[in-house]
Design a protein around this ligand. Structure first.
Ligand SMILES: C[S@@+](CC[C@H](N)C(=O)[O-])C[C@H]1O[C@@H](n2cnc3c(N)ncnc32)[C@H](O)[C@@H]1O
Length: 343
């Protein structure tokens, strides 16, 4: 069993199923010709994994772990699948406190709406704006925005992973009196009518990953964002992606009737967040490894344990991993951008 490619985005695996899947992955190391996960820095080549399988595994893992401890012993459920960043001083007072375990993810979502023009747009509608999020994960960010950032908005959160959407429906939708809806769909194949959204939010959604190119999926993604927006509405987009990919993405957006009005580079703040978050991520990974019995199988279990540890840390861009180094040397840059659909 190859957990990087074999799992389905239409399944929400139970803890028992995950135990079996991890066991099968460990036994699979007997026949693996070449390790896909680098033990040096956790790198996995793009062609060696499928994002449907990867996030299916991660969201089932987050849910099955339930409440975990942060590095100070505070209990929380790991739900933000977000690197995020420390709040830039130039943006004014921070919306989060140091006691909040997932504050960097919360900053990233609040940051999508920090722009003066966005705040004016919201104020002009007395806060009653409609947001569509493409790639919401578990909906942790949607919950934070509905509760604290845009407390009068309505919000449709969309992800291709049923496991993430089920977490949103269980944990977050009930908090908002019908204002938050969670939808399981590929965000490029939505039947939502044209012009439904004041804002399309894209936060660290796993698209635009290939250096220097806009793929066919990326094009479909941006065309959908354009279609969903009201004229004059905003695409608010934050992510750490290959630096060489921003320019072609902006050119494509401009070619379909969008104007890239503002871009903020928060790469330094994103690196700082990963430094400050390292102890929490290390503590989380330890708890995950401890929860899966098959890692205790002599020899084979130990080998896969090291791979699982470094891979989880790499996906979190923890210091010492490939994805962290990519931000430090600016192969990947983290930007927050405001793009307007031509009124
Ligand atoms: C790194 S996670 C970020 C999730 C969430 N935005 C957050 O910040 O916690 C990337 C997400 O993008 C989603 N995704 C990627 N391509 C997608 C698509 N075409 N349609 C819907 N979701 C997609 C994945 O399923 C995954 O949940």
């Amino acid at each position: 069993m190859d957990v990087l490619t074999a799992l389905s985005n239409k399944s929400d695996y139970s803890k028992n199923q995950l135990q079996l899947i991890v066991g099968a992955w460990i036994l699979g190391s007997l026949v693996e010709k070449k390790a896909k996960i680098s033990l040096t820095n956790g790198d996995v080549a793009e062609e060696d994994y499928d994002k449907g399988s990867l996030y299916s595994l991660l969201y089932a893992l987050y849910r099955s772990m339930g409440d975990v401890r942060d590095e100070h012993g505070k209990r929380y459920e790991f739900t933000f699948n977000t690197w995020g960043y420390t709040w830039p001083e130039a943006w004014g007072p921070s919306p989060t406190k140091s006691s909040m375990p997932e504050r960097y993810g919360q900053n990233a979502y609040a940051g999508l709406y920090h722009f003066k023009e966005v705040q004016e747009y919201v104020a002009a509608r007395d806060g009653k704006v409609h947001v569509i999020e493409m790639g919401c994960g578990t909906g942790a960010g949607a919950n934070w925005v509905c509760g604290s950032v845009l407390p009068k908005c309505t919000y449709e959160a969309i992800d291709m992973q049923i496991a993430g959407i089920k977490t949103c429906q269980r944990k977050f939708v009930p908090n908002h009196n019908g204002r938050l809806k969670a939808t399981h769909s590929d965000a490029t194949r939505l039947s939502i009518p044209d012009g439904a959204a004041d804002f399309v939010a894209v936060n660290e959604t796993h698209v635009t990953e290939y250096a220097g190119v806009v793929t066919a999926e990326d094009e479909r993604f941006f065309k959908t964002a354009h279609r969903l927006l009201k004229p004059g509405g905003y695409l608010v987009w934050g992510n750490a992606i290959p630096d060489a990919t921003w320019k072609p993405c902006f050119a494509f957006l401009e070619s379909i009737g969008m104007k890239v009005e503002e871009e903020c580079d928060v790469t330094a703040e994103a690196v700082k967040a990963r430094d400050e978050d390292k102890a929490r991520i290390d503590t989380y990974v330890d708890q995950c490894i401890e929860a899966f019995h098959a890692f205790k199988i002599p020899r084979l279990g130990g080998k896969r344990r090291l791979q699982a540890e470094i891979a989880l840390k790499n996906f979190a861009r923890n210091p010492g991993t490939n994805l962290y180094d990519n931000m430090v040397n600016r192969t990947d840059t983290y930007k927050v951008v405001r793009v307007r659909k031509t009124p």
